[in-house]
Design a protein around this ligand. Sequence first.
Ligand SMILES: [Zn+2]
Ligand SMILES: [Zn+2]
Length: 214
Amino acid sequence: MIVLTIIYDNSAVDAKLKADWGFAALIQAHGRTLLFDTGGNGQILLDNMRALQIDPKTISDVFISHGHFDHIGGLSHFLNENGDVIVHAPLSFRGVSHARAVKYYDHPQKIYDHFFSSGELDHIEQSLAVDTDNGLLLVSGCSHPAMAQILGAFAPFGPIYGIVGGLHGFDQFHLFDEMTLICPAHCTKAVLEIKNRFPQAYVAGGAGRILTIG
Ligand SMILES: [Zn+2]
Ligand SMILES: [Zn+2]
């Protein structure tokens, strides 16, 4: 079973959480607890984690999608709480200190069993995919590279079950036709259009959204 909890987002679906421009999510799957991005503000990240009863010390890995402030702004705050983590960063990202190790990704590859990175695409961003019983759940920070490119990077690892995260200017809607779950968050501009086109698959984003799959 996979549990994905949106910790940090432009909007909030849980009144205990603060909404702020940025994105972070916790992924609990296959025996691992991984933080995906860290939002823009470290204090908000840690406050929202506390409100969700997420102990930073239970996290073993931090996956950084890209170096924009709204995804890495909370990283140093987080590492002050728990530096005993492996940071998984896109190739061009620099400036991680106080982590146990930093790994860089420049091409699509397996990170761990059941976890995959697209590698850095377009010299800016990597996305993450996690195995579910029904295919890959893709987690994206902003989706700055073209969606076809992101999906293509994961094609060797299996069919895509769904996608969660920031979809920026995404408008190639047909690429999502086969998806079972679509949870647009953060910077997604076409939220309304996605909701209208995919009423069965659509789930609203927002800090406090908890997705349980498989
Ligand atoms: Zn962003
Ligand atoms: Zn960005």
